[in-house]
Design a protein around this ligand. Structure first.
Ligand SMILES: Nc1nc2c(ncn2[C@@H]2O[C@H](COP(=O)(O)OP(=O)(O)O)[C@@H](O)[C@H]2O)c(=O)[nH]1
Ligand SMILES: [Mg+2]
Length: 192
C-alpha cells in the first residue's frame, strides 16, 4: 500500500528537515537561495516541494511531500493536498505567534471540506521555547474536535524534533493509524 503525506507549515518550521530525516531515497528538493524576507530567517527556502519516500515493512511505502511555506506559494498547497491522503502540520513552537500559524493553516484546510484530510500537528523547536505550554494550541484544536468528531476533524498534537528520525517516525505512525481508521470508517462522514 502507498500513502501520501503532505508536510505543511510555516517557513522554518522543519518540513524540509523532516522529509530529509525520514526519506530512504535521496530527497528531490527545490530549495533555492532565499531572495526576500525569508533570507533573514534562513539561507534557502523551498519553492515547489520536497519529495521523499519512506519504505515500510512488508513493501508498504509512504511518499512524503514537503510544501513551500511562503504565502506566495499558497497555490501549491491545494495542488499538493489533492494528491495526499493525510497532513502533517509542522509548527515552530518558538515562532513569534505559533497559535496564529496554527489558525491560518487550520482555516486554509477547513475552507474546502472535500480536501479535508486526517491531520497530525507536529510541534518542533520546543527546546527553544521550554516555558511555552502546549495547551496554547487548544484554542484552535478543541473547537475543531468538538465540532464534528470524524477522523479528519480530530487532529492529535505531538512534539517532534524534525532532525530526529525517532520523533518524526512516531508522528508518522500516528498519522498512518489515522489514515487507516479514516479509510475504514466509510460511515463516519465529516459534518463540519
Ligand atoms: N532547535 C531545533 N531546531 C530544529 C528543530 N526542528 C528543526 N530544526 C531546525 O530548524 C530548521 C528548519 O528548516 P527547514 O527544514 O528548511 O524548514 P521548512 O521551511 O519548514 O522546510 C533547520 O535548521 C532544522 O535543523 C527542533 O525541534 N529544534
Ligand atoms: Mg522547506
Amino acid at each position: 500500500m502507498e500513502s501520501r503525506i503532505l508536510f505543511l507549515g510555516p517557513v522554518g518550521a522543519g518540513k524540509t528537515t523532516a522529509v530529509r530525516t525520514m526519506s530512504d531515497i535521496p530527497v528531490v528538493d527545490t530549495d533555492v537561495l532565499a531572495s526576500d524576507e525569508v533570507r533573514t530567517m534562513k539561507a534557502t527556502t523551498t519553492v515547489a516541494m520536497d519529495l521523499g519516500v519512506m519504505e515500510l515493512d512488508g513493501g508498504d511505502r509512504i511518499v512524503l511531500y514537503g510544501a513551500p511555506g511562503q504565502d506566495r506559494f499558497d497555490f501549491m498547497w491545494d495542488i499538493l493536498l489533492e494528491q495526499c491522503d493525510g497532513v502533517l502540520l509542522v509548527l515552530d513552537h518558538a515562532a513569534a505567534d505559533p497559535l496564529a500559524d496554527l489558525r491560518r493553516y487550520h482555516d486554509a484546510l477547513m475552507r474546502n471540506g472535500a480536501k479535508r484530510r486526517p491531520m497530525v500537528v507536529g510541534v518542533t523547536h520546543a527546546d527553544l521555547a521550554p516555558q511555552r505550554p502546549l495547551a496554547l494550541y487548544d484554542a484552535v484544536l478543541q473547537p475543531m474536535r468538538a465540532r464534528c468528531g470524524c477522523v479528519a476533524c480530530t487532529p492529535t498534537l505531538q512534539l517532534m524534533d524534525a532532525r530526529s528520525r525517532h520523533d518524526v517516525r512516531a508522528v508518522l505512525v500516528t498519522l498512518a493509524a489515522l489514515l487507516e481508521v479514516s479509510q475504514r470508517a466509510t460511515t463516519r462522514r465529516c459534518n463540519a
